[in-house]
Design a protein around this ligand. Structure first.
Ligand code: C2E
Ligand code: MG
Ligand code: MG
Ligand code: MG
Length: 277
């Protein structure tokens, strides 16, 4: 009986995997098509100053609505990498963000796009970036890279970030604190901002030690003249905790979900948000 059960569950298991493979295969060809036909789109979430409420910039996040189903952006990225269209995806992203950034540029607001580790490490990353940026007038684009991008070849990373800076592209380290890079590495990096991972903020409000860590990270960043973005602000309690760091940048559902999209007109773009209630 046990043997039979095992067999049944094994069959069920391979069947599930089989389904997943077929599903992923289908999704892959749909993604290639979606990139080509511009079926992906960006939504924007404001990043505000903790003192004035001025919107300093927006993070662009990729969305894909496939026949009514929302496909998680992390799935899109990993799929794009698996099927070798990661570069195409990045080109689509940068082109689209640059085109749409015309909406924001009048307000002096930047647009931050996420660059995956694979994209950042790609040998053609810099030349592609330069090529695309050169096609557009003015550039208020910033790149969000994660710490995992830093650890592969640190020297190379330093050079790349400097080269981006020469192209007028500022670099921010995203999800800061979750990777393996140490605080001391910051001193070698020509980065404009770090965005502290939202886990730290949610912990900080109910765990005094986490709060201390948060404080230490902000303190070191500020001492090194690096701006800090607090991400994932969802509650008034978290907002209150952050007041001690004024001024920092803030981003989170408490203020606005990523929602502004290409359908919007300049009248929808606001300069300021209410940050205290
Ligand atoms: P991320 O870059 O850390 O982006 C922040 C994520 O947190 C976004 O999820 C955003 O919608 C969400 N978020 C914003 N405020 C809050 C909040 O207050 N609470 C909570 N719980 N979440 C909040 P999203 O859009 O699902 O993106 C997930 C991840 O997918 C991103 O994390 C980023 O790593 C990746 N991603 C999204 N778009 C792109 C892209 O165009 N290129 C690349 N390479 N990665 C992307
Ligand atoms: Mg990000
Ligand atoms: Mg993040
Ligand atoms: Mg994240």
């Amino acid at each position: 009986e046990a043997k039979k059960n095992k067999l049944i569950s094994a069959c069920y298991y391979t069947d599930e995997i089989g389904k997943k493979i077929v599903e992923r295969y289908r999704l892959s060809s749909q993604l290639k098509q979606a990139i080509k036909s511009n079926n992906l789109y960006l939504v924007y979430q404001p990043i505000v100053c903790s003192v004035s409420g001025d919107i300093k910039g927006y993070e662009a996040l990729t969305r894909w609505n496939l026949d009514g189903t929302h496909i998680n952006p992390e799935v899109i990225i990993s799929l794009a990498e698996d099927i070798g269209v990661s570069e195409d995806f990045f080109e689509w992203l940068l082109n689209t963000a640059l085109q749409e950034s015309a909406l924001f540029v009048g307000y002096g607001q930047f647009i931050a796009i996420n660059v995956s580790v694979r994209q950042f490490l790609d040998t053609s990353f810099l030349s592609n970036t330069k090529h695309i940026i050169d096609k557009h007038l003015g550039c208020n684009i910033e790149f969000e890279i994660t710490e995992s991008s830093l650890i592969v070849d640190f020297k190379e990373t330093i050079n790349k970030i400097n080269a981006l800076s020469a192209l007028n592209v500022k670099v921010m380290i995203d999800d800061f604190g979750t990777g393996y890079s140490s605080l001391s590495r910051l001193k070698h990096l020509n980065v404009d901002k770090i965005k502290i991972d939202r886990e730290f903020l949610s912990d900080a409000c109910h765990d005094p030690k986490s709060a201390k860590i948060y404080e230490a990270i902000v303190d070191i960043a500020h001492k090194l003249d690096i701006n800090v973005v607090a991400e994932g602000i969802e509650t008034l309690e978290q907002r209150a905790f952050l007041k001690q760091f004024n001024p920092i940048y803030m981003q989170g559902y408490l203020f606005q979900k990523p929602q502004i999209s290409r359908e919007q007109t300049p009248e929808h773009i606001i300069r300021k948000m209410v940050i205290d209630h």
